[in-house]
Design a binder for this molecule. Structure first.
Ligand code: GLN
Length: 222
């Protein structure tokens, strides 16, 4: 009898020549760094302008979106980060990070980065105690469904024309989407051992770095 194939929970090794940052102002940035480094990626914490200019891609982690938004201003990073995103910096927002990327967030007075054409409803599944897990089929991720952890998560209630839908819950609720160099997930892939979402983002970062007209392989100066 043929043996069942092993669930592929690993991802291809990280591309050489790119450095990925994780915004490290608040939230679970440490877990993202562990996941990226497990794939062999050159990954650094980003808290300063200098660190921001030294990365080819950035993860904005889960945490508390209102706090991260305030800290982005306090650390003088909001404008520079928005500028880099507009110029093509690949960014993946998980949970609070997805809220920060969205152009429309009805229950936030002012969307902070407002770069991705999605509407995001904060705390859409209820309170902390209503956190849950689900198996997801994610576009672009091969193999077994991804185990996704939702913690006081947002949902994506609308996607613009240029946004691709990547994953929904069984009832059709959108929980992952991408728009060019931007990726948004309502869940927390950094909290499981499955590194495939991080692998997908590293691929986006490598592609963007390779296609940059100036700077060739694209590694910015340290
Ligand atoms: N509820 C949080 C917010 O609105 C997000 C929760 C999370 O990142 N896990 O910022």
């Amino acid at each position: 009898m043929p043996r069942a194939s092993r669930t592929p929970v690993s991802a291809p090794p990280a591309p050489a020549d790119v450095r990925v940052g994780v915004l490290a102002l608040q939230g679970d940035f440490a877990e993202h760094l562990v996941a990226l480094r497990a794939l062999g990626a050159d990954a650094i914490e980003v808290r300063t302008l200098e660190q921001l200019s030294a990365v080819n891609g950035l993860i904005i982690p889960g945490g508390e979106s209102t706090t991260i938004a305030r800290l982005l201003i306090a650390f003088d990073l909001l404008g520079p980060l928005r500028d880099r995103i507009v110029k093509g910096l690949p960014v993946w927002g998980t949970c609070a990070g997805a809220i920060l990327l969205a152009k429309h967030v009805p229950n936030l007075d002012r969307p902070p980065l407002a770069v991705m054409d999605i509407t995001v409803e904060r705390n859409a599944f209820g309170r902390q105690v209503d956190s849950f897990e689900a198996n997801l089929k994610v576009e672009g991720i091969e193999g077994a469904p991804l185990r996704a952890i939702f913690i006081r998560a947002p949902l994506i209630s609308r996607i613009g024309r240029s946004v691709a839908l990547l994953a929904t819950l069984k009832d059709g609720t959108i929980v992952a989407a991408s728009q060019g160099h931007l990726l948004a997930t309502s869940f927390h892939p950094e909290l499981t051992e499955d590194r495939r979402m991080h692998g997908l983002f590293l691929q986006m970062v490598a592609e963007a770095a390779a296609s940059r007209p100036t700077g060739g392989s694209g590694r910015p100066p340290r």
